[in-house]
Ligand binder design. Sequence first.
Ligand SMILES: N[C@@H](CCC(=O)N[C@@H](CS)C(=O)NCC(=O)O)C(=O)O
Length: 211
Amino acid sequence: MIFHASAISSYSAKVRLVLCVKGLDFEERTPVNGYRSPEYRALVPMGTLPAIQDGDWVLSESEAINEYLEERYPTPPMLPHDLRLRAQARFLCRFHDLYLEPKVRALFGQVKPAQRNLQTVLGLREDIESRLGQLASWVQPQPFLLTPTISLADCGPLVTIPLATMVLSACGQSLTLPPVLENWLHIASGHPDVARALTPWRSATQDWLTS
Ligand SMILES: N[C@@H](CCC(=O)N[C@@H](CS)C(=O)NCC(=O)O)C(=O)O
């Protein structure tokens, strides 16, 4: 399987987590001329990272990819067996993609001091903390957000919460995590597959923020 991704792409990291947890063989490729290039768009019409390619079959959108990987490679399972818990896991994936991550991404334009607006940064921090408060109220980590072993619901937040911390820190602010999420993050980040999947992303992000 070819995994079209880049080290700094957080949505790529979200899919890399699933590839690593499931122990799949994959060849990671970064678009030679970038994801906006005609060559990449000819392959992946959305022109976004990540995408997977199996022969001439291509799929983009991180959530669709993760659901496909779960169904195609069901071991180890990354969605709970219980119907309602499984729906809850999918809800958390949507919540991450639609409500939490966009607030973190909106901070990217604030990283350069010359372009920074303090009120914008503080407003986004408040939005992020409010979303994290919601997330904390919906989970009882055991130790993963909904399950004893890592599920799809953990993958987005495992990237986006450290990203929020790093980007806010580059903007001179700190992020306060609800204790339940702090504890989950500490345990989940120590999972060897999680550490392996996130190492390239973490160092590329740190390089970007310090450059
Ligand atoms: N909804 C997409 C978002 C992916 C996304 O925004 N990827 C970024 C890199 S992290 C990208 O490709 N941006 C280029 C663009 O949106 O044109 C997904 O879940 O895969």
